[in-house]
Design a protein around this ligand. Structure first.
Ligand SMILES: Cc1ncc(COP(=O)(O)O)c(C=O)c1O
Length: 385
Protein backbone atom coordinates (compact mmCIF):
# COMPACT_ATOMS: atom_id res chain seq x y z
CA UNK A 1 0.00 0.00 0.00
CA UNK A 2 1.16 3.54 -0.65
CA UNK A 3 2.13 5.48 2.48
CA UNK A 4 -0.40 7.60 4.34
CA UNK A 5 -0.14 11.38 4.39
CA UNK A 6 3.32 12.54 5.49
CA UNK A 7 1.87 15.29 7.68
CA UNK A 8 -0.42 12.87 9.51
CA UNK A 9 2.30 10.25 9.79
CA UNK A 10 4.70 12.69 11.42
CA UNK A 11 2.31 13.84 14.13
CA UNK A 12 2.58 11.67 17.25
CA UNK A 13 -0.60 10.34 18.89
CA UNK A 14 -1.65 12.28 21.99
CA UNK A 15 0.41 11.41 25.08
CA UNK A 16 -2.72 11.72 27.21
CA UNK A 17 -4.43 8.79 25.46
CA UNK A 18 -1.56 6.43 26.26
CA UNK A 19 -2.00 7.13 29.95
CA UNK A 20 -5.75 6.67 29.84
CA UNK A 21 -5.27 3.30 28.17
CA UNK A 22 -2.96 2.12 30.97
CA UNK A 23 -5.23 3.54 33.69
CA UNK A 24 -8.29 1.81 32.25
CA UNK A 25 -6.58 -1.58 32.73
CA UNK A 26 -5.71 -0.94 36.42
CA UNK A 27 -7.78 -1.24 39.60
CA UNK A 28 -8.09 1.29 42.47
CA UNK A 29 -6.37 4.11 40.62
CA UNK A 30 -7.11 7.65 41.82
CA UNK A 31 -7.18 9.66 38.65
CA UNK A 32 -6.17 13.29 38.39
CA UNK A 33 -5.73 12.63 34.70
CA UNK A 34 -9.01 13.52 33.11
CA UNK A 35 -9.63 16.86 31.45
CA UNK A 36 -13.39 16.83 31.79
CA UNK A 37 -15.93 17.66 34.48
CA UNK A 38 -16.80 14.79 36.81
CA UNK A 39 -20.36 16.14 37.07
CA UNK A 40 -23.15 14.83 34.89
CA UNK A 41 -24.80 17.34 32.57
CA UNK A 42 -27.44 19.22 34.60
CA UNK A 43 -30.76 17.42 34.21
CA UNK A 44 -32.67 20.42 32.80
CA UNK A 45 -30.29 20.39 29.81
CA UNK A 46 -30.62 16.66 29.16
CA UNK A 47 -34.38 16.89 29.60
CA UNK A 48 -34.66 19.70 27.04
CA UNK A 49 -32.94 17.43 24.55
CA UNK A 50 -35.20 14.45 25.32
CA UNK A 51 -38.26 16.67 24.94
CA UNK A 52 -37.04 17.94 21.58
CA UNK A 53 -36.41 14.40 20.36
CA UNK A 54 -39.89 13.37 21.44
CA UNK A 55 -41.21 16.24 19.34
CA UNK A 56 -39.41 15.20 16.19
CA UNK A 57 -36.36 17.47 16.28
CA UNK A 58 -34.20 14.99 14.43
CA UNK A 59 -33.26 16.88 11.27
CA UNK A 60 -30.35 18.89 9.87
CA UNK A 61 -30.12 22.50 10.99
CA UNK A 62 -28.76 25.50 9.12
CA UNK A 63 -25.03 25.07 8.43
CA UNK A 64 -24.45 27.99 10.79
CA UNK A 65 -26.44 26.21 13.52
CA UNK A 66 -29.91 26.80 14.97
CA UNK A 67 -30.69 30.49 14.82
CA UNK A 68 -32.18 30.26 18.31
CA UNK A 69 -28.85 29.02 19.63
CA UNK A 70 -26.86 31.67 17.76
CA UNK A 71 -29.17 34.35 19.16
CA UNK A 72 -28.76 32.95 22.67
CA UNK A 73 -24.96 32.98 22.25
CA UNK A 74 -25.08 36.57 20.96
CA UNK A 75 -27.23 37.56 23.99
CA UNK A 76 -24.77 35.86 26.30
CA UNK A 77 -21.92 38.06 25.02
CA UNK A 78 -23.97 41.23 25.25
CA UNK A 79 -24.99 40.30 28.81
CA UNK A 80 -21.57 39.20 30.08
CA UNK A 81 -19.14 41.39 28.12
CA UNK A 82 -21.14 44.07 26.34
CA UNK A 83 -19.79 42.47 23.14
CA UNK A 84 -21.93 42.42 20.00
CA UNK A 85 -22.00 39.65 17.40
CA UNK A 86 -24.66 39.45 14.72
CA UNK A 87 -26.24 35.99 15.12
CA UNK A 88 -27.00 35.88 11.38
CA UNK A 89 -23.42 35.90 10.15
CA UNK A 90 -20.94 36.25 12.99
CA UNK A 91 -21.55 33.04 14.92
CA UNK A 92 -20.98 29.50 13.69
CA UNK A 93 -22.05 26.52 15.81
CA UNK A 94 -19.39 23.79 15.70
CA UNK A 95 -18.85 20.23 16.88
CA UNK A 96 -17.03 21.30 20.02
CA UNK A 97 -14.24 23.83 20.18
CA UNK A 98 -12.19 21.03 18.61
CA UNK A 99 -13.93 21.50 15.28
CA UNK A 100 -13.76 25.27 15.63
CA UNK A 101 -9.97 25.10 15.93
CA UNK A 102 -9.68 22.99 12.81
CA UNK A 103 -12.03 25.24 10.85
CA UNK A 104 -10.19 28.37 11.95
CA UNK A 105 -6.89 26.99 10.72
CA UNK A 106 -8.27 25.70 7.43
CA UNK A 107 -10.05 28.99 6.82
CA UNK A 108 -7.06 31.28 7.29
CA UNK A 109 -3.87 29.36 6.48
CA UNK A 110 -2.00 28.94 3.22
CA UNK A 111 0.79 26.36 3.05
CA UNK A 112 3.81 27.52 5.04
CA UNK A 113 1.98 30.19 7.05
CA UNK A 114 3.20 30.35 10.63
CA UNK A 115 1.05 30.40 13.75
CA UNK A 116 2.58 31.35 17.07
CA UNK A 117 1.45 29.25 20.01
CA UNK A 118 2.44 29.69 23.63
CA UNK A 119 3.16 26.33 25.24
CA UNK A 120 2.53 24.36 27.37
CA UNK A 121 -0.90 24.30 25.78
CA UNK A 122 -3.78 22.09 24.77
CA UNK A 123 -2.55 19.10 22.78
CA UNK A 124 -4.58 19.74 19.62
CA UNK A 125 -3.30 23.19 18.60
CA UNK A 126 -0.09 22.10 16.92
CA UNK A 127 -1.67 19.22 14.96
CA UNK A 128 -4.54 21.46 13.79
CA UNK A 129 -2.05 23.97 12.40
CA UNK A 130 -0.03 21.24 10.69
CA UNK A 131 -3.08 19.47 9.22
CA UNK A 132 -4.04 22.78 7.60
CA UNK A 133 -0.58 23.10 6.01
CA UNK A 134 0.65 25.69 8.50
CA UNK A 135 3.77 25.75 10.65
CA UNK A 136 3.42 25.96 14.43
CA UNK A 137 5.95 28.30 16.06
CA UNK A 138 6.21 27.62 19.77
CA UNK A 139 7.02 30.15 22.46
CA UNK A 140 7.46 28.88 26.00
CA UNK A 141 5.67 30.22 29.03
CA UNK A 142 7.25 29.63 32.41
CA UNK A 143 6.20 29.15 35.99
CA UNK A 144 8.19 32.28 37.01
CA UNK A 145 5.78 34.38 34.93
CA UNK A 146 2.70 32.58 36.18
CA UNK A 147 2.69 30.64 32.88
CA UNK A 148 1.60 33.73 30.95
CA UNK A 149 3.55 34.28 27.75
CA UNK A 150 5.40 37.60 27.49
CA UNK A 151 4.70 39.99 24.60
CA UNK A 152 8.47 40.27 23.96
CA UNK A 153 8.59 36.53 23.30
CA UNK A 154 5.73 36.80 20.82
CA UNK A 155 7.38 39.75 19.10
CA UNK A 156 10.66 37.85 18.76
CA UNK A 157 8.81 34.96 17.09
CA UNK A 158 7.06 37.09 14.45
CA UNK A 159 8.37 36.69 10.90
CA UNK A 160 7.13 37.71 7.45
CA UNK A 161 5.30 34.34 7.35
CA UNK A 162 3.39 34.79 10.61
CA UNK A 163 -0.35 34.66 10.06
CA UNK A 164 -1.82 34.30 13.54
CA UNK A 165 -1.21 34.23 17.26
CA UNK A 166 -3.01 31.57 19.23
CA UNK A 167 -4.10 32.45 22.76
CA UNK A 168 -5.89 30.38 25.34
CA UNK A 169 -6.52 31.80 28.80
CA UNK A 170 -7.37 30.24 31.20
CA UNK A 171 -4.93 27.65 29.92
CA UNK A 172 -5.03 23.90 29.80
CA UNK A 173 -2.71 22.50 31.35
CA UNK A 174 -1.41 25.29 33.60
CA UNK A 175 -4.60 27.02 34.73
CA UNK A 176 -2.87 30.32 33.91
CA UNK A 177 -4.86 33.51 33.45
CA UNK A 178 -2.92 36.16 31.55
CA UNK A 179 -3.12 39.69 32.94
CA UNK A 180 -5.17 42.08 30.80
CA UNK A 181 -2.13 44.35 30.17
CA UNK A 182 -0.17 41.45 28.70
CA UNK A 183 -3.04 40.45 26.45
CA UNK A 184 -3.44 44.05 25.31
CA UNK A 185 0.24 44.21 24.35
CA UNK A 186 -0.15 41.01 22.35
CA UNK A 187 -3.21 42.44 20.61
CA UNK A 188 -1.18 45.57 19.82
CA UNK A 189 1.46 43.36 18.19
CA UNK A 190 -1.23 41.60 16.16
CA UNK A 191 -2.47 45.00 14.95
CA UNK A 192 1.05 46.22 14.15
CA UNK A 193 1.85 43.11 12.09
CA UNK A 194 -1.68 42.55 10.77
CA UNK A 195 -2.15 39.12 12.31
CA UNK A 196 -5.19 37.08 13.21
CA UNK A 197 -5.75 36.11 16.82
CA UNK A 198 -7.28 32.78 17.69
CA UNK A 199 -8.62 32.94 21.23
CA UNK A 200 -9.78 29.66 22.74
CA UNK A 201 -11.80 30.76 25.76
CA UNK A 202 -13.42 27.46 26.61
CA UNK A 203 -12.58 27.99 30.31
CA UNK A 204 -13.90 31.59 30.42
CA UNK A 205 -16.45 30.84 33.14
CA UNK A 206 -13.96 28.84 35.18
CA UNK A 207 -12.01 31.85 36.42
CA UNK A 208 -11.71 32.05 40.20
CA UNK A 209 -9.93 35.28 41.10
CA UNK A 210 -11.67 38.16 39.37
CA UNK A 211 -12.95 38.79 35.90
CA UNK A 212 -12.07 36.82 32.76
CA UNK A 213 -10.51 38.92 29.97
CA UNK A 214 -12.43 38.28 26.77
CA UNK A 215 -9.82 38.97 24.08
CA UNK A 216 -12.12 40.46 21.38
CA UNK A 217 -13.16 43.11 23.93
CA UNK A 218 -9.64 44.52 24.01
CA UNK A 219 -9.10 47.63 21.87
CA UNK A 220 -7.99 46.59 18.36
CA UNK A 221 -8.88 42.92 18.79
CA UNK A 222 -12.49 42.56 17.65
CA UNK A 223 -12.01 42.54 13.86
CA UNK A 224 -9.05 40.18 13.87
CA UNK A 225 -10.02 37.70 16.58
CA UNK A 226 -11.65 34.33 16.04
CA UNK A 227 -13.22 33.61 19.40
CA UNK A 228 -13.70 29.92 20.15
CA UNK A 229 -15.85 28.70 22.98
CA UNK A 230 -18.18 25.88 23.86
CA UNK A 231 -20.30 24.03 26.35
CA UNK A 232 -18.03 21.12 27.33
CA UNK A 233 -16.47 22.55 30.45
CA UNK A 234 -18.80 25.13 32.04
CA UNK A 235 -21.93 23.00 31.57
CA UNK A 236 -20.36 19.54 31.91
CA UNK A 237 -21.30 18.69 28.33
CA UNK A 238 -18.13 17.11 26.89
CA UNK A 239 -19.94 14.21 25.24
CA UNK A 240 -22.53 16.40 23.54
CA UNK A 241 -19.82 17.87 21.27
CA UNK A 242 -21.00 21.42 20.95
CA UNK A 243 -19.08 24.66 20.58
CA UNK A 244 -19.04 27.83 18.52
CA UNK A 245 -16.84 30.36 16.77
CA UNK A 246 -17.53 34.09 16.71
CA UNK A 247 -15.85 36.81 14.72
CA UNK A 248 -15.69 38.89 11.60
CA UNK A 249 -18.43 37.78 9.12
CA UNK A 250 -15.92 37.06 6.31
CA UNK A 251 -13.88 34.72 8.49
CA UNK A 252 -16.99 33.05 9.90
CA UNK A 253 -18.28 32.55 6.36
CA UNK A 254 -14.97 30.98 5.33
CA UNK A 255 -15.12 28.65 8.33
CA UNK A 256 -18.75 27.85 7.54
CA UNK A 257 -17.73 26.81 4.01
CA UNK A 258 -15.38 24.14 5.35
CA UNK A 259 -17.92 23.10 7.99
CA UNK A 260 -20.68 22.89 5.36
CA UNK A 261 -18.78 20.37 3.25
CA UNK A 262 -17.20 18.35 6.05
CA UNK A 263 -19.69 18.39 8.93
CA UNK A 264 -22.91 19.83 7.49
CA UNK A 265 -24.05 20.96 10.95
CA UNK A 266 -23.54 20.18 14.62
CA UNK A 267 -25.99 17.53 15.91
CA UNK A 268 -29.43 19.05 16.49
CA UNK A 269 -29.74 17.19 19.81
CA UNK A 270 -26.68 18.96 21.20
CA UNK A 271 -27.78 22.30 19.77
CA UNK A 272 -31.16 22.10 21.51
CA UNK A 273 -29.45 21.14 24.77
CA UNK A 274 -27.03 24.05 24.38
CA UNK A 275 -29.94 26.51 24.02
CA UNK A 276 -31.24 25.32 27.39
CA UNK A 277 -27.75 25.50 28.91
CA UNK A 278 -26.97 29.03 27.83
CA UNK A 279 -30.45 30.39 28.58
CA UNK A 280 -31.23 28.62 31.85
CA UNK A 281 -28.16 26.70 32.99
CA UNK A 282 -26.31 29.56 34.66
CA UNK A 283 -27.04 28.55 38.25
CA UNK A 284 -26.24 24.89 37.66
CA UNK A 285 -22.92 25.81 36.19
CA UNK A 286 -22.20 28.32 38.98
CA UNK A 287 -22.65 25.51 41.52
CA UNK A 288 -20.07 23.38 39.69
CA UNK A 289 -17.65 26.30 39.40
CA UNK A 290 -17.99 27.00 43.12
CA UNK A 291 -17.07 23.37 43.81
CA UNK A 292 -14.01 23.53 41.50
CA UNK A 293 -12.93 26.66 43.38
CA UNK A 294 -12.90 24.75 46.69
CA UNK A 295 -11.10 21.76 45.19
CA UNK A 296 -8.48 24.09 43.73
CA UNK A 297 -7.36 25.21 47.19
CA UNK A 298 -7.27 21.66 48.50
CA UNK A 299 -5.15 20.34 45.64
CA UNK A 300 -2.69 23.23 45.56
CA UNK A 301 -2.09 23.02 49.30
CA UNK A 302 -1.82 19.23 49.10
CA UNK A 303 0.73 19.34 46.27
CA UNK A 304 2.86 21.98 47.97
CA UNK A 305 2.73 19.99 51.24
CA UNK A 306 3.76 16.91 49.25
CA UNK A 307 6.91 18.76 48.22
CA UNK A 308 5.91 19.78 44.68
CA UNK A 309 6.00 23.51 44.11
CA UNK A 310 2.64 24.53 42.70
CA UNK A 311 1.16 27.92 41.81
CA UNK A 312 -2.48 28.72 42.56
CA UNK A 313 -4.12 28.42 39.12
CA UNK A 314 -6.40 31.33 38.25
CA UNK A 315 -8.73 29.26 36.09
CA UNK A 316 -9.73 25.99 34.39
CA UNK A 317 -9.48 22.87 36.59
CA UNK A 318 -5.81 21.96 36.44
CA UNK A 319 -2.82 22.38 38.74
CA UNK A 320 0.61 22.17 37.11
CA UNK A 321 3.22 21.57 39.82
CA UNK A 322 6.93 21.40 39.21
CA UNK A 323 8.60 18.00 39.63
CA UNK A 324 12.06 19.31 38.75
CA UNK A 325 13.44 18.75 42.27
CA UNK A 326 12.74 15.03 42.01
CA UNK A 327 15.24 14.61 39.17
CA UNK A 328 12.73 12.53 37.19
CA UNK A 329 11.40 13.39 33.76
CA UNK A 330 7.66 14.04 33.69
CA UNK A 331 7.11 10.74 31.86
CA UNK A 332 9.08 8.78 34.44
CA UNK A 333 7.36 10.57 37.30
CA UNK A 334 3.87 9.91 35.94
CA UNK A 335 4.60 6.29 35.10
CA UNK A 336 6.22 5.46 38.44
CA UNK A 337 3.51 7.32 40.37
CA UNK A 338 0.91 5.27 38.55
CA UNK A 339 2.55 1.90 39.16
CA UNK A 340 3.88 2.57 42.66
CA UNK A 341 1.05 4.61 44.19
CA UNK A 342 -1.83 4.19 41.76
CA UNK A 343 -2.33 7.87 41.05
CA UNK A 344 -2.83 8.96 37.45
CA UNK A 345 -1.54 12.37 36.35
CA UNK A 346 -0.50 13.55 32.90
CA UNK A 347 3.20 14.21 32.17
CA UNK A 348 3.80 17.86 31.35
CA UNK A 349 5.68 16.87 28.20
CA UNK A 350 2.32 15.84 26.66
CA UNK A 351 1.62 19.59 26.33
CA UNK A 352 4.81 20.43 24.48
CA UNK A 353 8.49 20.46 25.35
CA UNK A 354 8.01 23.48 27.62
CA UNK A 355 5.77 21.35 29.81
CA UNK A 356 8.68 19.10 30.77
CA UNK A 357 9.49 19.31 34.49
CA UNK A 358 5.79 19.46 35.41
CA UNK A 359 2.77 17.20 35.73
CA UNK A 360 -0.86 18.10 35.09
CA UNK A 361 -3.21 17.28 37.95
CA UNK A 362 -6.86 17.77 37.16
CA UNK A 363 -9.12 18.69 40.06
CA UNK A 364 -12.27 17.79 38.21
CA UNK A 365 -12.74 15.07 40.79
CA UNK A 366 -14.09 14.88 44.35
CA UNK A 367 -12.29 16.40 47.35
CA UNK A 368 -12.00 12.91 48.91
CA UNK A 369 -10.16 11.63 45.87
CA UNK A 370 -7.96 14.72 45.70
CA UNK A 371 -6.99 14.24 49.36
CA UNK A 372 -6.21 10.58 48.76
CA UNK A 373 -4.17 11.44 45.66
CA UNK A 374 -2.04 14.13 47.29
CA UNK A 375 -1.34 11.87 50.27
CA UNK A 376 -0.08 9.17 47.88
CA UNK A 377 1.93 11.76 45.90
CA UNK A 378 3.53 12.92 49.16
CA UNK A 379 4.53 9.34 50.00
CA UNK A 380 5.93 8.85 46.49
CA UNK A 381 7.97 12.08 46.56
CA UNK A 382 9.41 11.35 50.01
CA UNK A 383 10.57 7.91 48.79
CA UNK A 384 12.56 9.64 46.04
CA UNK A 385 14.65 11.68 48.47
C1 LIG B 1 -8.14 24.47 25.97
C2 LIG B 1 -9.09 23.51 25.35
N1 LIG B 1 -9.65 23.81 24.18
C3 LIG B 1 -10.50 22.97 23.56
C4 LIG B 1 -10.83 21.75 24.13
C5 LIG B 1 -11.79 20.84 23.40
O1 LIG B 1 -13.08 21.21 23.71
P1 LIG B 1 -14.38 20.57 23.05
O2 LIG B 1 -14.86 19.50 23.96
O3 LIG B 1 -15.34 21.73 22.99
O4 LIG B 1 -14.02 20.08 21.71
C6 LIG B 1 -10.28 21.38 25.36
C7 LIG B 1 -10.58 20.08 25.97
O5 LIG B 1 -9.96 19.62 26.89
C8 LIG B 1 -9.40 22.29 25.99
O6 LIG B 1 -8.83 22.01 27.16
Amino acid sequence: MKPISKVVHEIPASGIRRFFDIVSQMKDVVSLGVGEPDFDTPWRITEACIYALEHGHTHYTSNYGLLELRKAIADYFVRTEGLEYNPENQILVTVGVSEGMDLAMRAILNPGDEVIIPEPSFVAYKPCISFAGGVPVVVCSYMENGFAVLPEQIEAAITSKTKAIWLSYPTNPTGAVAPREILQKIVDLACKHDLYIISDEIYDRLTYDGQHTCVPMLPGAYERTILLNGFSKAYAMTGWRIGYAAGNPDIIEAMMKVHQYTMMCAPITAQVAAVEAIKHGYEDSEAMIEEYGQRRRVIVKGLNDAGLKCLMPGGAFYAFPSIKDTGLSSDEFAERLLFEEKVAVVPGSAFGECGEGHIRCSYATSIDKIEMAVERIGRFVSKLK
